[in-house]
Design a protein around this ligand. Structure first.
Ligand code: ZN
Ligand code: MN
Length: 476
């Protein structure tokens, strides 16, 4: 049996989170809008229209590029990519061809604890086309999406399995969300993947002909399509019939198969030429520094910091950095309490587990980060025990949306930690039990346990045993 290796590169189109479209002032949010109502002469490509580059799109593109560890050349430019398709009202797309916004970046992915670096070839800006919907008897066109700002992020063919490809795509989504450059909501079509798949026998470094799988719109279909296409190519190879040219294929979710679309277009097919209506994009050092300063901590940095500063386990770290909201929720709690590990144990093992069981997202959690942090504070201060906090108090917080202080007070759960009160009780017990006190002084350890028991009894079980111990030892 020949041993094969799959070689995968991914192109990601992500919608940039701007107020307006790439080259006009139409609203960039077409979600739920009447078809063809969110358009103007510019994004519809009417004669005489003049595109103007959206500065916010450039800024956020640069921000993403920096988060992806790319170089940003001082000079980049826009080009026309010419092709005819009914969803493309201008008859060309405005993209960036030979001088992209950013080049030569990388990210790290984590597959089952194995860290791997995936190189990024480039990131360029472009505008999106409209949307075709095929219905019985015809095709409907909605141009609302036409002109939407996109970043296209192109990876090197560095991935070797569907797992790596999915980890890469998820990490990119996470990074774009962390830096605020895209909402990257797959369900709203804000992020789409094209995966180039080829195979070779293991140990070879040569790249063979590839199939580019177009327009995958979920992580699951990305993984499934790569699996299918890679196996299909291995079978063809073994039948003595390998791919002899680059092809473009589609993915059918219903049959879970790829299907042939066309031979892959070469650059020549698009007749690229510089966009005459848009001046070159010049990025100076000062602008770059300002944007760089606004790039927040990225997921990979958070993972490293959580490990180094909090000594968390890899599985916990993965959960806590899986999206920005979760990381911020965790960090809010950590800022309120002393022991970060307590934040993990309350958040991951109690709250997230419960939410998962009930299929609720953390964003919809009935308990806020502040309220969970307060609950942990009550444990750290000795007001309630760990078991009370994770049991009764948590349950009531979750189910009745009450805060921890109210629950502890209303239910009389507080373990008395008031040292003055406990000291008074201790003194009373010492006075009332001269025999055991004498025994303890003369070295009989057992007598101490008896005295602690008497204090607990006197406080009706409410005193914090740790504090009782301290005080008794001190005053006897
Ligand atoms: Zn417009
Ligand atoms: Mn593109």
């Amino acid at each position: 049996m020949t041993e094969f290796e799959t070689v995968i590169g991914i192109e990601i189109h992500a919608q940039i989170a701007t107020k307006t479209k790439m080259f006009c002032r139409c609203d960039n949010d077409s979600f739920d809008k009447e078809p063809n109502s969110n358009v103007c002469e510019i994004c519809m490509g009417f004669p005489g229209q003049l595109p103007v580059v959206n500065d916010e799109a450039v800024q956020k593109g640069i921000k993403a590029s920096l988060a992806l560890n790319c170089n940003i050349p001082e000079y980049s430019k826009f080009d026309r990519k010419n092709y005819f398709y009914p969803d493309l009202p201008k008859g060309f797309q405005i993209s960036q061809f030979d001088k992209p916004l950013a080049e030569k970046g990388w990210i790290e992915i984590d597959v089952d604890g194995k860290i791997k670096r995936i190189n990024i070839t480039r990131l360029h800006l472009e505008d999106d086309a409209g949307k075709l919907t095929h219905v019985p008897g015809g095709t409907l066109i909605d141009y609302n999406r036409a002109g939407t700002p996109l970043m296209e992020i192109v990876s090197e063919p560095d991935m070797r399995s569907s797992q790596e490809a999915m980890a890469y795509a998820k990490e990119i989504q996470n990074i774009l969300r962390f830096c605020g450059s895209s909402d990257a909501d797959m369900e709203k079509g804000m992020m789409r993947f094209d995966a180039s798949v080829s195979i070779r026998t293991k140990g070879e470094s040569k790249l063979y002909n590839r199939a580019e799988i177009k327009n995958l719109n979920s992580f699951r279909s990305l993984g499934a399509a790569i699996e299918y296409e890679s196996e299909r190519q291995m079978n063809l190879w073994q039948d003595g019939n390998p791919l002899t040219k680059d092809i473009t294929v589609g993915w059918a979710d219903d049959t879970q198969k790829t299907y042939f679309l066309r031979d892959k277009e070469g650059f020549d097919d698009y007749r690229f030429f510089p966009e005459p209506d848009i001046p070159p994009l010049l990025v100076n050092k000062e602008d770059l520094e300002v944007i760089a300063a606004s790039v927040p901590e990225m997921p990979a940095q958070k993972r490293k910091r959580y490990k180094k500063d909090f000594q968390l386990l890899p599985d916990d770290i993965r959960i806590l950095t899986s999206d920005l909201y979760t990381a911020q929720y965790f960090e809010k709690i950590v800022s309120m309490i002393e022991d970060p590990k307590k934040a993990v144990s309350f958040m991951n093992t109690i709250l997230l587990k419960r939410l998962k069981e009930e299929q609720i997202s953390l964003k919809e959690s009935p308990i806020s980060a502040e309220d969970l942090g307060r609950l942990i504070q009550l444990v750290e201060s000795g007001d309630i025990s760990n078991n009370q906090a994770k049991g009764e108090v948590f349950d009531v917080m979750y189910e009745e949306r009450k805060n921890a202080d109210d629950i502890v007070r209303d239910r009389g759960l507080q373990v008395v930690s008031n040292k003055d009160v406990i000291e008074d009780i201790c003194k009373k017990v010492i006075e009332g039990n001269p025999g055991p006190v004498e025994d303890f002084r003369s070295g009989k350890g057992k007598a101490f346990g008896f005295l602690v028991g008497q204090v607990m009894k006197e406080s009706k079980g409410q005193a914090n045993p740790k504090i009782v111990n301290e005080i008794l030892k001190r005053i006897i």
